[in-house]
Design a protein around this ligand. Sequence first.
Ligand code: PMP
Length: 407
Amino acid sequence: MSLDINAIRSQFPILETQVRNKKLVYFDNGATSQKPLRVINRISHYYLHENSNVHRGVHFLSQLATDAMEQAREKLVSFVHAESIEEIIFTKGTTESINLVAHSFGNRFVGAEDEIIISEMEHHANLVPWQFLCKDKGAKLRVIKTHDDGSLDLNHLQSLIGPKTRLISIAHVSNVTGVINPVEEVVKMAQDKGIFTLIDGAQASSHLQIDVQKLGCTFYVFSAHKMYGPMGVGVLYGQKAILEQMPPYQSGGEMIDRVCFSEETTFNVLPFKFEAGTPMVPEIIAFAEAIDFINEIGFEKIQQHEHELLSYATEKLLAIDGLKIIGTHAHKSAVISFVLQGLHPYDVGSLLDQMGFALRTGNHCAQPFIQRHGVSGTVRLSLAIYNTLEEVDLMVEALKKVKNMLS
Ligand code: PMP
């Protein structure tokens, strides 16, 4: 059965919004996706009927909230094909997940002169925490070069791997270009040498099926808000054997087993060891609703639709004189970054905004990668399941107008 886009769009009331007296066309899904009503309603339902703190109450509401939260964790186990709930840690998002690993894994597994490998295309969230760790530990950061088409230079990666390499941390999908990295190959290269791996799945988790066991990565991280779920919640998947050896990241309630002044404090079991304090319970529960939304459509249909949008938009955009796409590699997810010769991306984005189009302009929190391509920034179109070919047509026409206005 083909996809009923109207039925999908009807679940997102915000798509009917007027912005600046124009109908909204939302192409900024890489920054955050919109949320279906079922996700929004799940949060209200929690506060109306279930609100209570989790894990520490014997009373009815506390058990209700705890059950709903832990069911969400189980849903995430299936979603990424983890082995058990011990491997799914709820965080605030991708950024916090990476910071957790940089601090805790870094504390236990990284020493002076060790090396961490990232790539040129990383989001600052998968770059700056490693810079901090390297500075703290006297370790070294190595950076994989990329080809002009936005893909990873695997030969360069091979040349960087050495006896001191502890971790390779790369994006599954680039947030600037949408290029899908060959993470299976990278993990295999790392595994052969006993090197740990972290995959930043922030731009992948709503577009690609994730199977962490098949992939074999040590860590996989992502954010709910980019996958039709609420803000303020994300996941750190980690292999249990490694998480068990890592010290807690933050301390306080929930992550504690026993505290007294005369003996050493002991910690809770996984995954709670890494979840200090009251978690974002309604967001976690509503995240499960977003997972249901994705699963009910299915990745096959999601990819089919997004691929059609991507091919169509790429063709239409390339027909505009002076437009250059940054990241032309064939293996791409639903993102297009472009520049228009002689025009500043900010001006293009601002005028498109006046016409009701939400696109992102700038360096996309990946300054070294933008510099590598010799531009000051790009205009980024990032697509989602509710976008349509008609919206692409509207945007292309608007872009032509913008070009005439600015030229
Ligand atoms: N990594 C990538 C590739 C991203 O695109 C983003 C968000 N733009 C992040 C990390 C950070 O995600 P969050 O802000 O949800 O923590």
